[in-house]
Design a protein. Structure first.
Length: 190
């Protein structure tokens, strides 16, 4: 497996990973996560494209197959993360962490999260890995707790669907970072 930065040409691939997660996994759970694109398909797709255009999205490849993806940012969305939650602390914000259904249970998601934390810690001193999680997906809340995250609050906008806010400390920096795939040489965040 290898990890590469995604680009605008990967838009449909990322959207297909979202659809795979909905069709093959989320639809069978007690959650409305991604049941319909929020707030609209066009706005959701534009957010995905902005992540790709900004060099913030990464893909784990198993040969020609996109096994997982993650989008990361250095800055919080101020409409989601209230100032009272230490928004000024150096952190990495994880978005759209998706593992293709056939690759679930292999630790790819947890490895991507820790990779983003270690890289960000080494590059700009990030102390926290933060993620906003779909409010109604309590199975996902349990997953994040199981890998060391703590619920620290909720988005102040009750209509924002991904309003459960979790964080965990950045894992200790290890040089070189040991991962189950090769890390590209370019920087994590631009």
């Amino acid at each position: 497996m290898r990890l590469t930065r995604a680009h605008q040409g990967h838009l449909q691939l990322i959207l297909d990973l979202i659809d795979d997660a909905v069709d093959r996994r989320l639809r069978h759970l007690d959650t409305d996560q991604w049941e319909k694109p929020w707030p609209t398909r066009e706005e959701r797709d534009a957010r995905v494209l902005r992540g790709l255009s900004g060099g913030k999205t990464w893909i784990v490849w198993d040969g020609p197959i996109a096994a997982a993806t993650v989008t990361i940012a250095k800055q919080p969305n101020p409409e989601v993360w209230p100032a009272g939650l230490g928004r000024d602390d150096p952190s990495v914000y994880v978005h759209r962490l998706i593992t293709k259904t056939a690759y679930r249970g292999r630790g790819l998601g947890a490895s991507l999260i820790d990779w983003a934390g270690r890289q960000s810690g080494g590059q700009y001193g990030a102390r926290w890995i933060r993620i906003d999680v779909w409010t109604t997906n309590t199975n996902l809340h349990s997953y994040y707790r199981s890998i060391g995250f703590v619920l620290v609050g909720f988005c102040e906008d009750p209509d924002y669907p991904s309003g459960a806010l979790f964080q965990k400390p950045v894992p200790a920096w290890e040089a070189p970072v040991s991962l189950p795939w090769a890390v590209p040489e370019d920087t994590l965040l631009r």
